[in-house]
Design a protein around this ligand. Structure first.
Ligand SMILES: *Cc1c(COP(=O)(O)O)cnc(C)c1O
Length: 507
């Protein structure tokens, strides 16, 4: 058939092509409008609010959602502008405003604008990190970021890593490699091929009582069960107690059990406490255990001139977890898993003919899928890269320092006020305390109520935790807009609510 006649017989482009971003005029106009309206909705309904939360109840909000959006997939298309407006008014209005100075509950950060701009390009270009032929420049930029991170954390030439969805995935990967290397070395057993050997029941992971729950979660995902995790006592600063670790190791040895991994935490979720990294490295070496450091939270100290000494020894870890959607101020999700010896990635390597055939490797084509438990994966490295470039080393370091200073000042205020008890001297920027009622036996109830009343009022979002059976309140000071005055106002309000509750309870 002649070319001309083919061209003539090409049908009209169907209506749905304009719904996608490409070079066509109509497509670009549609994109520009959708983006502009969405930005405006975010500026109007979200970043402009003066309280961290509307205070709406789950029941009322559920009704609101049902009446605003009757059908999930309606018969007819909605007009984009009207749709975005409705989402702004119902969804954004009743979201948690992470950038509000009184939003202090979790390791949940306000995202940097540079990263939000990067997100536009990340999602718009939709690269996938699993293979070179789905990403090209993205693969190389992620690798460049990983190399930089490895160097920054003090790792040597043999290190490597990969971006992950966060600490959960990074901790899982650390323990997965730990298990498989141990089985290989100890029993000449290939778990990738043969699953778990009968001896797997004897495997043990040690971590502190304050370690993140994902250590346990990893243990049961890895087929070792909860029983495999031994919780080591913590000292008065909530760090792993080395003496207790030694005692536990001896016990395990006496029972014929096999401790194969030691997990240190650099920045525990509740207290921000940092385990003695160098001493633990020494124990891991002596007992031939894999040493994983969960620095999901505390890894950011590496950027601070003033505080980086607190994570001294972190480079001794066989593997490292770092989260960027916490103290690196990145939008969710963004994290990394770093490995001291890249050869250990062999334990999870698989080859799929369609994705990363072995001959790619021979010709030097990088396919990052071999380093990850994820297949399709976002180009999240770009947002961290763009944030670094747009901020600079000095300012980034100052951001970390600001929040740590603020925590120290807050601790001082709490200690000075007899209405409060400070539970931890903050190592980083997490602070646990409680309101001390007149009658001690009411403490748990009163502190519970204080937190939920603050949330209902939409005045402040605080977290709660339990320390030795006591309900406590918690500030996680990640927000750079939070000032000591904001903290003072919240503390006054906490006190006031506490007094009112007690009055209501009678004598
Ligand atoms: C947040 C956190 C995790 C879990 O990470 P996600 O990014 O939420 O998956 C693990 N460990 C520590 C110490 C954390 O603070």
């Amino acid at each position: 058939m002649a070319l001309e006649s083919m061209a003539i017989s090409t049908p009209q482009k169907p209506a749905f092509t304009r719904l996608f971003l490409h070079g066509g005029e109509e497509s670009q106009a549609y994109y520009r409008h959708a983006m502009k309206w969405s930005q405006e909705a975010l500026l109007r309904e979200f970043s402009n609010r003066h309280r961290p939360f509307s205070g709406v109840s789950p029941q009322d909000l559920s009704e609101l959602l049902d009446s605003a959006f009757r059908e999930v997939l309606p018969e007819e298309a909605s007009d984009m502008q009207t749709l975005v407006r409705a989402i702004g008014e119902v969804v954004l209005q009743h979201s948690i405003v992470v950038s509000d100075p009184s939003c202090l509950a979790h390791l949940h950060c306000p995202p940097m604008t540079a990263a939000l701009a990067a997100e536009v390009m990340i999602s718009g270009s939709n690269q996938s990190m699993d293979s070179w032929d789905q990403s090209a420049s993205a693969t190389l930029l992620e690798q460049k970021m990983v190399d930089w991170l490895c160097e920054r954390f003090g790792y040597g030439q043999r290190a490597d890593g990969v971006f992950t969805s966060g600490g959960t995935q990074s901790n899982f990967m650390g323990l997965l490699l730990a298990r498989d290397r141990y089985l290989q070395h100890r029993f000449n057993w290939q778990s990738q091929r043969d699953g778990l050997p009968p001896e797997a029941r004897k495997l043990r992971i040690l971590c502190s009582k304050q370690a993140h729950f994902t250590v346990r979660q990893s243990a049961f995902l890895l087929g070792l069960g909860d029983q495999a995790v031994i919780s080591v006592e913590t000292d008065e600063r909530h760090r792993m107690c080395v003496k207790d670790l030694d005692a536990r190791l001896q016990e395990l040895r006496d029972q014929g059990l096999q401790p194969f991994a030691l997990v240190a935490t650099a920045g525990t979720t509740d207290f921000g406490s940092i385990d003695p990294l160098e001493e633990l490295a020494e124990r891991a070496m002596k007992h031939q255990m894999w040493y994983h450091v969960d620095a999901a939270y505390g890894g950011a100290l590496v950027l601070s001139q003033q505080h980086r000494g607190k994570i001294r020894g972190i480079h001794l870890a066989d593997s490292l977890t770092v989260d960027f959607h916490k103290l690196f101020y990145q939008p969710i999700s963004c994290g990394a898993f770093l490995l001291k010896n890249r050869n250990d990635f062999e334990y999870i390597k698989l080859h799929a003919d369609y994705l990363n055939p072995e001959d790619d490797e021979e010709t030097g084509i990088p396919n990052l899928v071999t380093k990850s438990v994820q297949t399709t994966r976002r180009f999240d490295a770009l947002k961290l890269f763009m944030s670094f470039q747009a901020t600079g080393r000095k300012l980034f370091g100052e951001m970390i320092d600001y929040t740590i200073d603020l925590a120290a000042q807050t601790a001082q205020r709490i200690k000075e006020d007899p209405a409060f008890e400070l539970v931890n001297e903050p190592e980083m920027n997490a602070l646990v305390f409680r309101y001390v009622p007149q009658r001690e036996e009411r403490s748990n109830r009163v502190n519970e109520l204080i937190r939920s009343i603050l949330l209902q009022e939409g005045r402040a979002v605080l977290a709660r935790t339990r320390v030795n059976g006591r309900v406590c309140l918690k500030f996680t000071l990640l927000n750079l807009r939070t000032s000591i005055q904001d903290i003072q106002d919240i503390l006054s309000r906490v006190k006031k609510i506490g007094e009112q509750i007690e009055t209501g309870m009678g004598e």
